[in-house]
Design a protein around this ligand. Structure first.
Ligand code: ATP
Ligand code: MG
Length: 416
């Protein structure tokens, strides 16, 4: 037997309704925030991620699914959603649309990681991207969309942490101070961080190794180095969050995994799903579009990991609406009434209702059992007497209530 690749998961027919529910709530959030869906390819030229995610990130250094296609091009399965959206925005001249350009996506993403709870090699993200506004209210709106999404899904125990990692100017000064502090401790840190020291010291704050965490605990904080513009931006984001009734904490250690972030960064974190507790991560990335060859364009967004979200919902007993069965099951007894059952199922569906009938040659009793199992809301038995009279009984399965129906009234009764 051929088995599923490590770090991937099937969504089975009996659980897919949960995904559809969560995706439905995501789409409703998008609608309520006037975000339009953008669909970009599952694979892109590798170069896009080298430039758009950054070559000091774990993603680019260790996690990408990269291969040569038959035309000898280097192709990468997308490890995240933003780079593809930014590429498309530039390539399709979306900067000519009314600003800001507000987009969302629901995508699979691929990272070669060590699989564990909440960490897969193929996972899914709901993300939003707002391009064109440099204002702190855009940051707050993006954060509020994530907060409302989690709230609508009944997720209560997540914490919003925010931070600012400044802009090119103030971060350069901070990097110098950070390096000065870290330098005497280099031999206490992991090999990756020793490499990061020169390329991107900020990322050392993101390291999960104990030795590195110990060293960085006493490090200078970016927040103390923000330039006036970045400090005022961060203050206003907080004012807007407060105005929107959104609770937050400041966590000076959030730096986010990707290189292109500027100013605001944020995470929604849960303690109910083990070590991989970040369900949503986002921030502002004002340098990205320019980095990819477009005109300088401010941008802000987030991505929610849907597997982690579902895990969190399951672990905290969040509500899922029940998987719906068909409106009606038509049971037939002999050849003529079975044919009638089939024909009624077709008519009900043609009128927009959902219907099912037996395809397994079951006995009447077994058909009833099956109808109950699949959650049919009504069952209609067609036998000799019904065929003769042209009248049947629709039994409502929830309470056993019976409605007498003439054959010709069946389509209207189940019409939607
Ligand atoms: P982490 O620190 O958990 O590795 P990250 O910084 O790499 O997260 P992002 O690139 O910001 O994550 O992705 C946004 C969200 O996507 C994460 O908060 C998480 O919910 C989800 N995610 C990231 N990587 C994985 C993965 N390998 N499996 C499942 N979900 C993931
Ligand atoms: Mg990661």
């Amino acid at each position: 037997m051929i088995s599923i690749p490590k770090g991937t998961k099937d969504v089975l027919p009996q659980e897919s309704y949960k995904w559809q529910y969560v995706e439905g709530v995501a789409r409703k959030i998008a609608k309520d925030f006037n975000l339009k869906e953008i669909r970009t390819p599952v694979f892109e030229h590798t170069e896009l991620f080298l430039r758009g995610v950054g070559d000091t990130t774990d993603i680019v250094n260790k996690e990408m699914y990269t291969f040569k296609d038959k035309g000898d091009r280097s192709i990468t399965l997308k490890p995240e959603g933003t780079a593809g959206v930014a590429r498309s925005y530039i390539e399709n001249g979306l900067s000519n649309s009314p600003m800001p350009v507000k987009m969302f996506y629901i995508i699979p993403a691929f990272r070669y990681e060590r699989p564990q709870a909440g960490r897969l090699r193929e996972f899914h993200q709901f993300g939003i991207e707002v391009y064109g506004s440099p204002s702190p209210d855009a940051d707050a709106e993006v954060i509020s969309a994530a907060a409302l999404f989690l709230d609508r899904l009944g997720i209560k125990k997540v914490k919003l942490n925010i931070n600012s990692i400044g802009c090119k100017t103030c971060r350069a000064q901070y990097n110098a101070a950070l390096k000065e502090y870290l330098f005497p401790h280099l031999n206490e840190m992991c090999a990756t961080c020793r490499e990061r020291f020169d390329k991107n010291p900020l990322r050392i704050l993101d390291c999960k190794e104990e030795g590195c965490k110990k060293v960085t605990a006493g490090a200078p904080r970016m927040l103390d180095y923000l330039c006036d513009d970045c400090a005022s931006h961060f203050k206003k984001v907080q004012q807007y969050l407060t105005a929107g009734g959104i609770e937050y904490s400041i966590d000076p250690n959030i730096v986010r995994g990707l290189d292109y972030y500027t100013k605001t960064v944020f995470e929604f974190v849960s303690e109910d799903i083990g070590a991989q507790g970040t369900v949503c991560g986002g921030g502002r990335y004002d340098g990205l579009i320019e980095e990819l060859g477009g005109n300088a364009t401010p941008a802000v967004g987030f991505a929610v990991g849907l597997e982690r979200l579902l895990l969190l919902m399951e672990n905290t007993g969040a509500y899922f609406p029940a998987d719906e069965g068909p409106d009606v099951f038509f049971a037939g007894m002999d050849e003529a009434s079975r044919a009638k059952a089939f024909s009624f199922a077709c008519t009900v569906r043609a009128n927009g209702g959902s219907a099912e009938c037996d395809h397994m040659g079951r006995s009447l009793k077994a058909q009833f059992k099956y109808a109950d199992k699949i959650g049919a809301k009504y069952v209609i038995v067609l036998g000799e007497s019904e065929m003769a009279s042209g009248v049947c009984s629709a039994k409502r399965m929830a309470d056993g209530a019976i409605t007498e129906l003439k054959f010709e009234d069946i389509p209207a009764f189940f019409a939607k």
